[in-house]
Write a protein that binds this ligand. Sequence first.
Ligand code: APR
Length: 231
Amino acid sequence: MRIVVLTGAGISAESGLATFRGAGGLWEGHRPEDVATPEAFAADRGLVQRFYDARRAQLRTVAPNPAHHALGALEADLGDDLVLVTQNIDDLHERAGSTRVVHMHGELLRARCEACDGQPPWTDALIDEPACPICGVTALRPDVVWFGEAPYHMDRIQQELEDCDLFVAIGTSGLVYPAAGFVDWARRHGARTVELNLAPTDDEAFDESWAGPASEVVPTWVEHLRSPRAS
Ligand code: APR
C-alpha cells in the first residue's frame, strides 16, 4: 500500500514550535506580509533575516515529539511505499528518523544563494550577510518558500498523490494552497483520505478523521495501520 503523508505546523506544536494560525501563533508576532514575502525581503532585509535567524536558533531548543517518531518508525516499516511531504521548515521529521522527507516550503537549515541558486546547509545566522560557501557572493537568503513563490517538488508531489492508495493529512489547517488541494487530488485518483488534527477541519474530502493532539493520535493511528487486521 503506497501512502502519502502531508504534515503541517500542528505536528510540531507539541514540540514547542508555534503554529501559524493558532492563538498566539507564529504570525501573531509578525504580520505575514512583514516577513514571509519577497517584497518584505526587498523592503526590510534585516527584519526578515532576523526573523528566520530566531527560528533557526529556536530549533536547537526543541525536540521531535512522539508523532514525529511514529512516522519515522512507519518509514522503517514501509520504506519507499511511504512518502512524507511536509509544509514545515523545521528538521524534526529528520531528527525522528524520517529520511524521505519532501520539504515543499523549504528548510530553515538551508540557505539559498540569489547569485548562484545554490542551497547550502546552513545552521548559523544570516543577519551578518555571510558569503555564499559555493560562489563566494554575499547574496544568501533563507531557503524558505515565501507567499507568492512556487513551492518546491510539486511535480514529484503530484505524481505521488496520483499513485498513492492512502493520503493522510496531519496537523494542517488546509487553508494554504497548493497543499490544501492535495486531498482532493489524491481522492480524485482513487486514494482513501484520512485527517489527523487537534480539531478536525470537517472537510468532507476526508473519508476518516482522527481528533486529538498529534503526539497521541499519530502513534495510535500508526499502530492501527501496522496491526495485521488493519483495513
Ligand atoms: N496536534 C495536532 N494538530 C494540531 C495541534 C496538535 N497539538 N495543534 C494545532 N493543530 C492543528 C490546528 O488545528 C490546525 O489545523 O494544526 C493546524 C495548524 O494550522 P496552520 O497554523 O495553518 O499551519 P499549516 O496548516 O501548516 O499552514 C500551512 O501556511 O503560513 C503558511 O507556509 C506556511 O506552511 C505554512 C502553511
